[in-house]
Design a protein. Structure first.
Length: 514
């Protein structure tokens, strides 16, 4: 009872197109394909009676709302056609009356108009007010004009109103009847629409698989999830032609079931993990998958914790939301689940974050034993594989060249050696003076030096509270800290990249350091 005329028009168009769809499926020569599409032995109920009824009753383009009128096609109902003729003839009569009033009054600019509030009226501009006959009765005054009515105008308006009311009432009755007829056939329409929807999904998936070179996955009850040259179904379409880098992944419950994935930001860790989860979902919903070869041992659920967001309305910070999602994963995951975790613990302090990340990974590996992809920037996490025989380290390769970082987007065995955070900051447009200072501080930290202010204890020793600190960076060589922070910063400046504004800011920074 809530459908609009346009809804019924869409239903009509769908029902009229349904025979073409069924004919296309029935014409498939492969009997196995027809069976897979659920084509029944007998005829399919196309709800032809409702299709014919709506086609005969509705106009080609029904309005969005019933009150707008113009719903029913001319010739469908005799009573409606008669009311329409009276309505239209009344409009013609109103045009004729306008001409008579102009001639009788001698006012050539007189116009007969209509509004919903005041109905029909004769409008005369102020410049012709003196010519208005005494038989005209003033109805309304507006800017620059006066509006009048006459006995003839009132009489004709009554006739038109009655005809319009009869027309609207009859059309509303017919529309309600059509709604009732459609409702009475709702189960038949729903059954047909479900069949067509299934075919539509199958056709869409087949078209995508054909155009984008997807493979048919092997789905079994084994313990292995193996993808060769897997791609992300969306990202590869947004990337420039031929620029997307495919990757392999093999998660085996009896072998390497947990991958600890490290690497710099922007290198493609999240894309790699998401494409693996999407491949599992696509395979189990009956689709081909974006890969050269795919074998999917059935997973009971895909559980993910990716991205960063807060919930201000509930007073939850980014870290709180992250922990809620992580808790949900740990509560629901089973041995046959696929878990995708991206940088768990990053929303709090280094100590707490690393501790939580390590404990979560350990629980997934030891207690649950499911297939897991665990991306992290905590390089200490790579040491977990030393005591976890089903865990392995992998990284997304990148190299630094002339101060810039080059991403290869290829997942390789082994942990990442660096995070390239400063190089990524340069790509983001951080001023050169800030980058130079960051590199100087980084060099000091990697060499085992103290924080630049000197007010804090050595990072590789103990904190101001006396607590042992964690090795966040592994120095390539041990170098004594430079004696001057200003000199360290100046050495790291890339003059070729320095803008005039950056240079002024750098001078101010160096002066403050001295």
């Amino acid at each position: 009872g809530e459908a609009t005329p346009r809804d019924l028009g869409a239903l009509r168009d769908g029902l009229l197109a349904a025979p073409q769809v069924v004919a296309a499926v029935e014409s498939i020569p492969d009997a196995a394909a027809r069976e897979a599409l659920g084509l029944p032995e007998g005829a399919i109920d196309l709800v032809a009676d409702l299709a014919a009824r709506l086609a005969a009753a509705l106009t080609d383009r029904p309005p969005a709302l019933a009150r707008e009128g113009g719903i029913v096609r001319e010739g469908f109902d005799a009573a409606l056609d008669e009311a329409k003729r009276l309505k239209d003839r009344g409009s013609d009569a109103m045009i004729a009356l306008e001409g008579e009033l102009r001639e009788a009054s001698g006012i050539p600019s007189l116009k007969v108009r209509y509004t919903r509030v005041f109905g029909w009226y004769a409008e005369v501009t102020r410049s012709h007010a003196a010519k208005v006959p005494p038989t005209f009765r003033r109805k309304q005054t507006v800017a620059g004009a006066e509006r009048y009515t006459t006995d003839a105008l009132d009489e004709l308006q009554t006739k038109i109103s009655e005809a319009e009311e009869r027309f609207s009432t009859r059309e509303a009755e017919l529309f309600a009847g059509l709604l009732g007829e459609a409702s009475a056939r709702a189960d038949r329409v729903r059954a047909l629409s479900e069949r067509l929807a299934a075919w539509d999904v199958a056709a869409a998936l087949a078209d995508v698989a054909h155009r984008r070179d997807y493979c048919r996955p092997e789905v079994d009850d084994g313990d292995v999830l193996a993808l060769d040259d897997a791609r992300h179904p969306v990202v590869e379409q947004l990337a420039a032609g031929g620029r997307f880098v495919p990757n392999d992944v093999t998660l085996d419950l009896e072998a390497e079931r947990m991958w600890i994935v490290t690497g710099p930001n922007m290198a493609g860790k999240s894309t790699f993990m998401r494409q693996t989860a999407l491949a599992a979902i696509l395979a189990q919903m009956g689709s081909y998958v974006p890969a050269k070869h795919a074998r999917v041992g059935v997973v009971d659920r895909v559980l993910s914790r990716v991205g960063a967001s807060d919930n201000v309305s509930r007073g939850e910070s980014t870290f709180m939301v992250e922990m809620r999602e992580t808790a949900n994963i740990l509560a629901r995951a089973t041995r046959r689940s696929l878990v995708v975790l991206d940088e768990v613990g990053r929303g709090t302090s280094t100590y707490d974050g690393l501790a939580i990340a390590w404990a979560v990974a350990e629980h997934l590996h030891d207690a649950i034993g499911c297939r897991t992809l665990f991306a992290t920037h905590y390089h200490e996490m790579t040491e977990l594989t030393e005591g976890a025989r089903h865990a392995a380290n992998y990284s997304v390769s990148a190299r630094e060249h002339d101060g810039d970082v080059v991403f290869f987007h290829k997942v390789v065995r082994g942990a990442a050696s660096r995070s390239y955070g400063v190089a990524v900051a340069r790509l983001a447009g951080v001023p050169e003076g800030v980058l130079a200072r960051a590199k100087a501080i980084l060099a000091s930290l990697e060499a085992g030096g103290a924080l630049p202010s000197g007010r804090h204890a050595n990072l590789r020793g103990r904190s101001a509270t006396g607590a042992a600190q964690l090795d966040l960076f592994v120095p390539a060589v041990s170098v004594a800290p430079a004696s001057s922070p200003a000199l360290d910063t100046l050495r790291e400046v890339d003059v070729d990249r320095l803008t005039p504004l950056d240079a002024l800011q750098l001078v101010a920074k160096l002066k403050s350091l001295l």
